[in-house]
Design a protein around this ligand. Structure first.
Ligand SMILES: [Zn+2]
Length: 260
């Protein structure tokens, strides 16, 4: 696990497969946002940099964010994610991850270890001591996607709702026009920087602004075949190229340009 101190309160931890876990640390408590694939020991990595008690929250229940939670007693997510929890964390999924990654997991019973007791996340602002975190429910990448606003540091944590390459083509993703409307709502919040799950570091707000502005009904898109969609023959993934070398991949069958 690679650990990078980004600000006074934010530590970014990146697992071997390139997924970010984010630790928000106050003087009283901390929260760990996402847990990675769980192929590495998460708790010792957190304990090495965090001396206050911490809670675990997930941006959503996709395997690359949620499977590390099998190492935790409990983890919180928005209730809309519960319906996908089994699909994204079952043994078949874990076998595929081991096969594709070639990494030997630190937990000996990785294939069979139970997921934690899921706790229900609610929209609210929490005081960690010196830093307030506002928890936001923003349907987009998934119906129960969570985002986080660090009020004093004016940082927005997007999870998979925004990456320079954003995926919106899985069956559980919102249509593009719904996603854009929800994200434009978020742009009203006071933040100057963002951080995401699949790229390291902080980005200026203008990068996300350019991304959303680029999603237009007359924007050009092209086919973007994705190899793992055998279970979903109804999906046709296409890719829209966006400013600053960004892109969004969405399902053409849910495309309603007149709604943008
Ligand atoms: Zn995801």
């Amino acid at each position: 696990m690679e650990t990078t101190v980004l600000t006074e309160h934010v530590i970014e931890m990146t697992d071997q497969l390139g997924v970010n876990l984010t630790l928000i640390k106050g003087t009283k408590r901390a929260i760990l946002i996402d847990t990675g694939y769980g192929l590495e020991a998460v708790l010792p990595a957190v304990d090495a940099v965090c001396k206050v008690p911490f809670d675990v929250v997930l941006t959503h229940v996709h395997h690359d964010h949620a499977l590390g939670a099998m190492q935790m007693g409990k983890a919180s997510l928005f209730p809309e994610e519960l319906q996908f929890a089994e699909r994204y964390t079952d043994e078949k999924r874990r076998r595929k991850i081991l096969r594709d990654s070639g990494i030997c997991p630190s937990l000996p019973d990785y294939l069979t270890h139970q997921m934690p007791d899921w706790q229900i996340l609610k929209e609210k602002t929490i005081d960690l001591g010196g830093i307030h975190v506002r928890i936001l429910h923003v349907p987009g990448h998934t119906p129960g996607s969570a985002m986080f606003l660090l009020e004093e540091e004016r940082i927005l944590i997007t999870g998979d709702n925004w990456n320079p390459e954003t995926w919106l083509f899985f069956p559980e993703a919102c249509p593009l026009h719904v996603y854009k409307a929800n994200m434009q709502n978020i742009m009203k919040l006071p933040f100057d920087q963002t951080m995401c799950s699949h790229r390291k570091g902080l980005f200026g707000r203008e990068v996300l602004e350019a991304f959303l502005d680029g999603i237009r009904k007359d924007a050009i898109y092209t086919d973007r075949p994705y190899p793992d969609l055998a279970d979903y023959p109804q999906i046709r993934p296409v890719e829209m190229l966006l400013p600053l070398d960004q892109r969004i991949v969405f399902d053409l069958n849910k495309w309603k340009p007149e709604m943008l």
